[in-house]
Design a protein around this ligand. Structure first.
Ligand code: CS2
Ligand code: MN
Length: 357
């Protein structure tokens, strides 16, 4: 595996490449062109410039998170092909710049959903949290307003104000889309992009829906092992794989994370590893990475990744906000650096204990 951190780019991220470079063992970043909109074509020039900037800081681009999918593709409207054509061109331009991993998601309307961006924990840190009761008591259009004050002035990925302004239209657009339709539209998209993925050896790594169940009545399909297996078999190509995100699949306690990892051998192209602390099955908060602080055994998760021979990029996902840092919720430097260091420590111990046998 290669330890990486997500970086939103100069002007968007409070964290610098220099800081990331100083986190022990972190050699790459997962980045994006944050100012592009879904469906837009990424020029080779812009990708090249981003790559040069990252390389000048002594790091490299280990993958893109995300090239977002236009709603027309998810809904399957007649104009979807023009957006898929753009996506294909973007993949080609990434391939030409020697970038071989793309993370994306197929969630309708919202990306991840949390009801609080700054829940206070006993140690004074703040974390993202989710309560089903809160979701059940508000309308989707109220969702953005209820959390935006805790966003520390930054635009949250997937929660862009322009998008939120159109929330009612978005719901209207998805009104006839159920699980089956969404699977069908995902299949159509994957079939169209696989040739370019094969040509440039680009691994597509779908990110799970977070939380891993339908929210506000919208369908959500990338939520458990049977559905991932369905997704992989409907377009059976090794380039059609997954981002294994422990914090997203883990929202559903029925998902056995180490077992899922083992079952997905060969198709996990990217890993997000973090912990959650459940207060009840429908209320959880994002804890420190340390196993003892949350509900998951991070050693078992890392060991499962080791056992399947995982050799792709891994990153700490969200971190807590600690030491008075002001940053995008979930994406401060300090706790993610602690997370990366902890995960590296677990990995080193696993590697050495296997070598000793
Ligand atoms: C990320 C997701 O911050 C997060 O929760 O893991 O937003 C992820 O980047 C997207 O869903 C992938 O397209
Ligand atoms: Mn994730």
């Amino acid at each position: 595996m290669e330890m990486t951190m997500r970086w939103y780019g100069t002007g968007f991220d409070t964290v610098t490449l220099k800081q990331i470079r100083q986190v022990p063992g972190v050699t790459g970043v997962i980045t994006t062109l944050y100012d592009t909109t879904p469906g837009e074509l990424w020029s080779q020039e812009r990708i090249h410039a981003l790559k040069e900037e990252v390389e000048a800081a002594g790091l490299h681009i280990a993958g893109i998170e995300s090239v977002n999918i236009h709603d027309a593709i998810k809904v399957g409207t007649p104009d979807r092909d023009k957006y898929i054509d753009n996506y294909i061109e973007t993949l080609r331009n990434l391939g030409k710049e020697d970038i071989h991993l793309v993370c994306y998601n197929f969630m309708p309307v919202f990306d991840w959903t949390r009801t609080e961006l700054a829940r206070k924990r006993a140690d004074g840190s703040t974390v993202l949290a989710y309560s089903q009761k809160t979701i059940d008591s508000i309308k989707p259009e109220e969702m953005f307003d209820s959390i935006k004050d805790d966003a520390n002035g930054v635009v949250l990925p997937g929660w862009e104000p322009e998008r939120m302004a159109k929330i009612k239209d978005l719901f209207e657009m998805y009104k006839d889309v159920d699980d089956e339709k969404l699977f069908e539209n995902l299949k159509y998209f994957l079939e169209r992009i696989m040739p370019v993925c094969n040509e440039y050896d680009i691994k597509m790594a779908i990110h799970p829906d977070d939380p891993a169940w339908p929210v506000f009545g919208l369908p959500r399909i990338i939520i458990n092992l049977p559905n991932i297996q369905r997704m992989m078999s409907m377009v059976d190509d090794p380039h059609n794989g997954v981002t294994f995100c422990s914090g997203s699949y883990g929202t559903n306690l029925e998902n056995n994370l180490p077992e899922m990892i083992r079952a997905l051998k060969g198709r996990i192209h990217f890993a997000h590893v973090r912990n959650l602390k459940f207060n009840s099955p429908d209320d959880f908060e994002e804890s420190a990475h340390l196993s003892a602080d949350g509900s998951f055994d991070l050693y078992e998760i890392m060991r499962a990744l080791y056992d399947i021979g995982f050799d792709g990029p891994i990153r700490p996902d969200h971190g807590r906000m600690i030491w008075d840092e002001v940053a995008m919720p979930g994406y401060g430097l300090y706790d993610r650096a602690l997370g990366a260091t902890y995960l590296n420590g677990l990995w080193e111990a696993i590697v050495k204990s296997h070598a000793a046998k």
